[in-house]
Design a protein around this ligand. Structure first.
Ligand SMILES: Cc1cc2nc3c(=O)[nH]c(=O)nc-3n(C[C@H](O)[C@H](O)[C@H](O)COP(=O)(O)OP(=O)(O)OC[C@H]3O[C@@H](n4cnc5c(N)ncnc54)[C@H](O)[C@@H]3O)c2cc1C
Length: 459
């Protein structure tokens, strides 16, 4: 018997608009037929339908994102992705693209180049994906020196809403290339990323744990370093304040011996533990170390971001309030929370401009991106737990506004689902993103059928 779905595997017989027969179907019929059509086109081995492989579904980092799809498609190549896009579009069903599944926003869904003496700007821990990470911009240890990961992309291979595979780079589809460098999952499904390498392999780093009552002193050291030492762009600092301790990672993008750029940290009292004593290692040894510091315990997660100018009093005031609220919430729910200051030197934005520009509108001045990661166990605590980071963001915004220290930028990769990072990119950039979206996705498939994401249509 002829396969009734074969016509879906070619562009023949697959109009952009749905036939009346499809329009008359109920949602379940559409799902069943679309999954059968995908199976027929790309092979049953690449499409899971009931009983679904639960291990694949559970791969999301945050348990609050684990959702039960009707079918799970694992395309082998860009051609498969193109066929799947056409079928999804034809049947008008909802979909979500997943890469590493590290976004904690429900419903949205490292590389080792040691031998070459180079690295790429990628996720700071290997478990994070590539797809969503780079489309959100991607901040790496050495972004202050070399720009965001998105600024270091040479070419995106992308499947557009019409199912066609195309490339975006400095010669082809240059407007799409610009939009993909931080504009998110709005223009197509990226099936290949070609990245420029950076000339960094051998690095110096140390990782220390301070007592929690040292947090104010560590914040002061951070501000001093941001104002003085950070002008040495090879130096960067990872600062994660927890409820029971403070972790400080000092990283220098070249072999060194206690770089003087970190003087404010060298002046701090002795840490309670040297997690990694000062050493000359490589980007890979640092990445291996960091991958072991993250728990893979299945929990619910959220994160949230806000940017401000650098100011010691502001950091101290917000931290104090965050700590009181976060301790009370831990008492009530067991939730764990962190308070992280990410240092953003002016050069980060300048690198983006020098490398062709991106839509993010990152402030061209030294500043900081605060973020928090929140981990908890019970769905019934979702609102109580998230309210701490929502309130903390409000405090950052209010105090910063009052003191003339506010900045509008919200980093998409650290943004929670109710934040609006695209709007923070600035009116002109948003308008350009909308134009690119309309040009490459005339029927607005990715705006209408995608299950979640920071979408220009919602700005
Ligand atoms: C432990 C941890 C560490 C992190 N470290 C960093 C870090 O160092 N730097 C940083 O910038 N961020 C970091 N993040 C944030 C992270 O970048 C975001 O959570 C990001 O969205 C996750 O990317 P992913 O590839 O896993 O995407 P997913 O969670 O799979 O997807 C995120 C979004 O992108 C879309 N998407 C995924 N792949 C594609 C594709 N190929 N084409 C089109 N759309 C796609 C999805 O549909 C979804 O909307 C970290 C997060 C965690 C939890």
């Amino acid at each position: 018997m002829d396969d009734p779905f074969k016509s879906f595997c070619t562009s023949v017989g697959l109009e952009d608009s749905q036939s009346q027969a499809v329009a008359d179907m109920n949602p379940k019929q559409r799902l069943e037929l679309s999954c059968s059509a995908v199976q027929s086109c790309i092979g049953t081995e690449n499409v899971g339908v009931a009983p679904l492989n639960q291990a694949v579904i559970n791969e999301n980092w945050s348990q609050s994102c684990v959702a039960q799809p009707y079918c799970v498609v694992q395309p082998a190549d860009a051609k498969h992705v193109g066929q799947v896009v056409k079928i999804i579009k034809y049947f008008g069903v909802k979909f979500a693209v997943r890469s590493g599944g590290h976004s904690p926003n429900p419903g949205w869904s490292a590389l080792a180049l040691d031998a070459e003496g180079t690295s790429v700007i990628g996720g700071r821990i290997p478990a994070v994906g590539v797809g969503g990470l780079i489309l959100g911009g991607e901040f790496f240890h050495f972004s202050g020196e070399f720009g965001m990961a998105a600024d270091n992309v040479k070419n995106f291979e992308i499947v557009l809403a019409d199912g066609n595979i195309t490339n975006a780079n400095t010669n082809e589809n240059t407007d799409l290339f610009w939009a993909l460098k931080g504009g998110g999952s709005n223009f197509g499904i990226v099936t290949r990323y070609d990245l420029y390498t950076i000339p960094v392999r051998d690095i110096w780093y140390r990782w220390d744990m301070y007592a929690v009552d040292q947090a104010p002193a560590v914040l002061d050291a951070m501000v001093k370093w941001q104002n003085e030492g950070a002008s040495d762009l090879k130096s960067t600092v990872a600062l994660i304040i927890g409820l029971d301790g403070v972790v400080v990672g000092l990283i220098y993008s070249a072999p060194a011996n206690q770089p003087s750029a970190f003087a404010p940290f060298h002046e701090l009292p002795t840490p309670v533990a040297a997690i990694v004593p000062p050493l000359n290692g490589t980007v890979k040894t640092l990445t291996d170390f960091l991958s072991n510091t993250f728990s893979d315990q299945p929990l619910r997660h959220d994160y949230r971001g806000v940017s401000t100018r650098i100011d010691g009093q502001l950091y101290q005031d917000v931290y104090k309030l965050w700590r009181q609220r976060a301790l009370a919430t831990r008492e009530a729910t067991g939730a764990n929370q962190t308070f992280t200051i990410q240092p953003i030197p002016k050069n980060l934005a300048e690198q983006g401009i020098a490398k062709g520009g991106n839509p993010m509108g990152i402030p061209q001045e030294d500043h900081q991106w605060w973020t928090t990661v929140v981990d908890w166990a019970n769905a019934s605590d979702d609102d109580a737990v998230r309210s701490v980071s929502i309130d903390t963001t409000e405090v950052w915004n209010t105090l910063a506004r009052e003191r003339g220290l506010d900045l509008p930028f919200i980093f998409a990769n650290d943004a929670s689902r109710d934040q609006n990072p695209l709007a923070s990119y600035g009116k002109e950039n948003v308008s350009k993103l909308k134009q690119v979206s309309l040009k490459y996705d005339e029927s607005q498939f990715f705006q209408k059928q995608q299950n979640g994401g920071f979408l220009p249509s919602k700005v």
